[in-house]
Every structure is written in C-alpha cells, then in structure tokens.
Ligand binder design. Sequence first.
Ligand code: PEP
Ligand code: MG
Length: 880
Amino acid sequence: MCMKFVVPFDQGHADMKATLGGKGANLAEMTRVGLPVPPGFTVTTDVCRAYYALGGQLPDGVREEVASALRVLESSQGKQFGDPAKPLLVSVRSGSVTSMPGMMDTILNLGLNDETVAGLAALTGDARFAYDCYRRLIQMFGNVVFQIESHHFESQLSRLKQRLGVGQDSEVSAEGWQELIESYRSIVVKETGRPFPQDVREQLELAVEAVFRSWNNTRAQVYRKIHRIPDEQGTAVNIQAMVFGNLGADSGTGVLFTRNPSTGERRLYGEYLINAQGEDVVAGVRTPVPIEQLGADMPLVFDQLERTAAMLEKHYKDMQDIEFTVEQGALYLLQTRSGKRTAQAAVKVAVDMANEGLISRGDAVERIEPFHLDQLLHRAIDVDQALDVLASGLPASPGAATGEAVFDADLAEAWSRAGRKTILVRSETTPEDIHGVLAAEGVLTSRGGMTSHAAVVARGMGKPCVCGCEAVRIEDRSFVVHAGGEFVTIREGDTISIDGSTGRVIRGGVNLREPELTEELQQLLRWADDIRTLQVYTNADTPEDAAKARDFGAEGIGLCRTEHMFMSAARVPVVQAMILADSAEERAEALEKLLPMQQQDFEGLFRAMDGLTVTIRLLDPPLHEFLPNMEQLVLQHERLRNDPNASSEEIDRNEKLLRKVRSLHEMNPMLGTRGCRLGLVLPEIYEMQADAIFRAVVRCLEEGIDVRPDIMIPLVGHANELIRMRELVTKRAEAILGDKAATFPYHVGTMIEVPRAAITAAQIAKHADFFSFGTNDLTQMTFGYSRDDAEGKFLAHYVETKLLPENPFQVLDEDGVGRLIEWAVEQGKAVKPLLKTGICGEHGGDKSSIFFCHAAGLDYVSCSPYRVPLARIAAAQAQL
Ligand code: PEP
Ligand code: MG
C-alpha cells in the first residue's frame, strides 16, 4: 500500500478520517465547502504507525514532505517560518481517528524564538501580544516535548501576577511577559539540561514527534481502554497557520455546540473568552463566559457563527462541537466534530433530528450507544428532603452522587478499590486525573467551564460532575466554602453529595431517586421496537424487579433465580432445617413450610407479568451455600468446647451443623451437586417448587390473570437428566392442575450451560420446549475458568496483556462459546423447528453479545431490568 505522509487541507475530505484523523478530515472538509479555515496540512496516521514500528523514528521522506508543504503554506500566507521580519507561526495539534478530547497534546505559536518574537511585535504593533504568545509556546513546548510538569510554569506565572498586583493574564504588560519568559527559559534548562530550541525547524520536528508520543501517554491509553479504541489507530498531526484570539478586545476564542450537550436542547451552547488563546478555554484555567454574550460583544461575528453552525449541522447531519477563533473581528473555524454528549442529549438530539427530517428513525436508533443508556438511568436527588447546600457550580454531567471527599486521583482509586465511594474534588482536573474520575462516584471542580476536561470526561463516562464551583476554595486535602453565614470546612473523608444536573454541592449524604424514562427515550425505544425481531426479556426474582423491568419494556422474564427467594432472613432457618433434616419426614416438614412462601413469590411474579412469559428456574446452587461457612463453624466449635458456660445442647447443635456442612463440602462445588443433579438426588425440593408454581397458577387463574409459566431445569448435561426432571414436573402439574394439566399452556425447558448439553443439543431438544443459554456457566465450563476466581487471579492480566480481547464473562466469546451456541441452536431446531431459544447469562445485556444472539437466530435475550432499554436499542441496531 502506498503510504501518504502529508495531505494539505485543500486536498482532503471528510471520508479520509482513517488517514487524516477526525480533526484533519473535518478541517479538510470545511476547507472544501468554503468555510474560513486557516490553511495547513496533516501529517497522516500512517506516519504515526510507522513512527512506532520504527521504534520511535520518523520514516524517511517525512521531513522533506513536511518542508515542502510548509513552503506552500508560507507562500499562501506571505510569511516565512522563522523569518524575523514576517514570521509564520503554526499550531501543531493531535487528531486521532476516534475523537479523544484532551487526551493528547497540542502546541500553539510554534515558530517563535528570540528573533521572530520581536518581528511579531513589530508586525502587529503589539509587543504585549507577541511576548504573551512566546511565553505560552515555551510553556506548552516544555510541557509537551520535554515533559516538564505544568506547575513549574504555573507557579511562576502566579508569582508574577501577585508581584504585579494583577488578577488577569490580560493585565500583564509586555515587560511582565518578558520577565516571565526569562524564568521559563531557566525552568527549561534546569529541568532538561538544554535550552529552549531557537531553530524553528527543530521546534517543528520535536513537536510532531511529541504529538505522536502523546498517543501512548497514560491518559490516552486509559481513555482508549474505556472507549475500546484500538491502539493501532494512531494519531495524525495537524500543522496549521496560527490565527490569534489574543490580539486585543476584538479577538477571542471559544467552543460551541450546535445543541446543548447536556440536555440536547436545540440552541447554540458554548462559551468563549475575549483576548485569549484556545487552550485557555479547554484547559479550564480561566472560566469563560456563555456564548450568548458574544451576541452583545460582537454581533456580526455571532451572526456569522450561528449561520455557520446551522450549515455544519446540516452538512454533517449531526450535532457539532466547533472550535473558533476571532482575530480582530474575523471569524475562523479551527475544528468541527460531532459533539460528545450525555445520553440524555444523545437521545433528544437523535429523536429531534429524526422529527426534523434530518435523519431517518433507523439512523436515530443507530446513533445511540446502547451502553450510554445506563447514564439515563442515573439517579437524581429525591425532592422530599432538606439539603444542606454548600455551593453551586456548573451542571456539567447529570446524575447525583454521594461519597467521601477525596482530593487526588490516586487516592480516589485506592479508596474505590477498598470499596469506598468517593467524590473527587479538584481545583481543575487535568487529563492525568482520568483514573480518579473513573474510580470516583462523581467529580467536583472549583474552576473550569462546561467544556473543560473534567466535564467532557465525566460526561463520556456517565459520571455526575459539577464544574467551575468557584465558591469552593480548595486547600491541602480540604475545601472551605462560605455557606449560610459561616465558613464550612470539608476534609478528606467527609461525606458530600453533588448534583450534576443542577450544579449543587451538598454537605452529607442524600436520598437518591431512581430514574424515569423520558418522553424522547420512550419514543426512540418504540422506534427500536418497530425495527427489532429479537425479543427482550428480563432476569428478575421479585415482583418489584419484574414491574420495573416491565416499565422498561421487558417482554417476559427469562430467568427467575429461585434460590434468591430462599435467602431472606426469615427463610434461611427454614431452608437450613430442610437441609439439615435427619429423615424424610423432617425434610418434608420443612418443605411444607417453604411451599406457601414460594407460592406467594410466584403469584407475585405472575401478577406483575400478567400476559407475559415467566421463566422459573428450579433451584441451582449447591446446598452448602445456604449453610454457615465451614471455617467459621470450626472456630466456633473450638470456642464452645473451651467455654465452661456452653451448654451440651449448644455444643451438639454446632457439631451436627459442622458434620452436615462437612458432608456437603465439595472441592469443586460449581461442578458439583447443583442444578438438576440436586433435583435428581433430592427430588423433594424440586417437587415442592413445582407444586408452588402450579398452586400459584391455580390461584392466579382464579383472579383472571393470564399466567404463562416456563419451568427451566438448570445444569443439564445429558438428555436423561432432563427426561427425569420433566417427568417430575409433569407429575406435579397433573397432581395440582388435575384435568387442566393437559391443556394449560406451560412449558418445560432447559438451560444450556454445560458444553456437553450444547454438543448433544439434538438429543436434549427432543425433551425440551425451550433452550436458554446460561452463558455464565457455559463460559466458565468452556474455558475451564472459574467464574468466581478467574478475574482476580489471572483474567484481568489476560485482558491487560491482550492475550484475550475482552473479559469473556462480559463479552461473549464468539469463537468458542459462540460456536457452541450456534451449533446447539442449529441441532435443536433441526429436531424441533419451533424450539424457543434465548440467553439469560450476563451477556444478555451486552451490546456485541446481543448482536451475536441476533445473528445466531435466538428468539430473545434476557438481562437485568436496568439493561432492558439498552437491549431494546442494541437488538434494533443488530437488525439494521
Ligand atoms: C448462567 O450460568 O449463565 C446463568 C444465567 O445462571 P447462573 O448465573 O445463575 O449460574
Ligand atoms: Mg448457571
């Protein structure tokens, strides 16, 4: 393949994202349609890949191509790179294929040195401006190329401003900047042992390489991992003639969304700063003003911006995120891309655009990232409670969260690992904090706007975030805020809450309200329902969960794990008595007590799912799970024996329990006496469960409820197991339903979760009305990985080192487990064409696994209630 090293903006277009990166392709596209874009060129992603393949070296020929593209740029601008009289300055910006806001590096004002800075001052007649540009370059260059931490520069700047007695950067004079430049130079020498390079071509080469290296910085790697962006994509580098937003009061720079990225409302949304360069806005260093203000400050520019925004949205058929600069009254576009948005906004924008006729309903459904729907199901603060509101900031990412205040990202991560919930509090977040944002429940910053890194990253992750809360004064591991007439100090570990939907910061914990489906989401889900053929069931064990799932659109219960019904405090003693019984009579007595409880459970489910299938799985886990832990019993035994006050009955009881627990102990319980094996060895339990189901059926039929039970036998590996279990169920049905048993429509099916069951599906299907793939166990047994231990022991390492592409317990392993499913469906349907097939393992709520289930011809997926909307969307996308 012929490698392209450099592509000028006027020779590319929007479809060249793979080589030009998103930013490069869009700059080219905007140039193509005649928008005011400063000219430039893109060094392609091919070069980035080659750079890494060569162990961190630019391939031969790149320097020459860059030099010749630069010559073209020079002549178009009538300026020379490095010319003291008329210096051309350029920006060097990263631009990956998939947008990764703020994760990689950018350098502005490249081409300045001790001579050209004087030239720029003379050319613009503004020395203050020229030296301002130069100090920014040294800082950015030092930071990006030489990896000098920003705080070295920031502290010098703060010190200077303090000494000059000024609050704003714009108040610093030319002499002030010159002084700062001197101290910046010393920082560079001190930190790197070399001076800031005066050769502008060397600057450019070092900058390009640094941007390539930034593809592999930690924050970019973390971001790629979260968003599943392939490491091989690489980044392009855009080299573009500078335009200046810091050339006085008729200049400025800003970021604009064509619709509100938090709510989706159709109105320009953004912020800008007068007399500033782009980094000031996105880095959150200065808090910008709302875009509406531009209408008052520069009405003509605002008007042009509004028209351009509308045009770009129409052109790309999507909400755009636009970066612009105004240089002495002239508008320039520096970037457009499809705007990152909250799930709520994504849904509203998609539905609105379909209703506006801009896109089709299918497009609208396809636009939604199913995983983001989790965000919509975020909690809010319950209205019925008194809140101790400390301050208000910008509502940067919706949802509410409570946690312990923590002031650095590493600690947030450490506490989260220890199971503690935290709110990460920072003056501003930099992309280095991304692991802390990931670990925390929510983020609070005292500085920065809605488009600062903290806001963008939190929105992308669906974490609540309050930004720019300037009332909060952060000190070392605490913050102080003036609220209700007093100074309140919040220290590390104190509980606070934030409301990312309103911007409130609250002292203490709050009651959270469960989310509701918005009108737009319901609309979108209805469109998805019109498209999809795959049905969506839910895994639910209680009437409350069933009702919630039904509200979310579940079309049945695909898995009721009946063991969960045994685990309430009131029932455990009865279940234990049943297990510990010495005789059949004793066991029957305990089961007799459990029967009405189970019957009530099933009635509740049938009522909640009136008219829909309820798949009830008979008891699955090994019995020892209902008994106390063996090690604890041994300890207790020792203690009682040495306790002179312990009664002999007490000791006997403990001994008996210990004996029973020992007798039930298995080396490999997940491969032991569980599922149908238990049903075969101790049929009384399954008989009681079948009785409870059919009694509940009788009761509900009397109430006029449309009852549709499917009885599911777990862990079948041999057809004979199912034959016996089916007989048991049929007998109980006849015993309870009498004559009606022959006509009442109930089904008996099996889970397919043992590889042998999948392989012998043709034999099993003869005796099954349905197959439900239990992909948790099927994955466990196909890989031979313990589902309870693998993750912590070696699986995380496997995924980390890319030995496996994904955790197979989260994303279905199509090559192995998937082949077994396809085989079982094919074999089963060959025997019984109308065999109903579905999946009820965790994979039923994962997008790519749902795509697989659709392709494999399953009838339904079953997932937890909160994932039902996600599954409806994914099922429709699989169809499109
Ligand atoms: C499964 O194995 O996929 C399943 C749904 O059953 P459980 O997780 O209860 O073992
Ligand atoms: Mg299972």
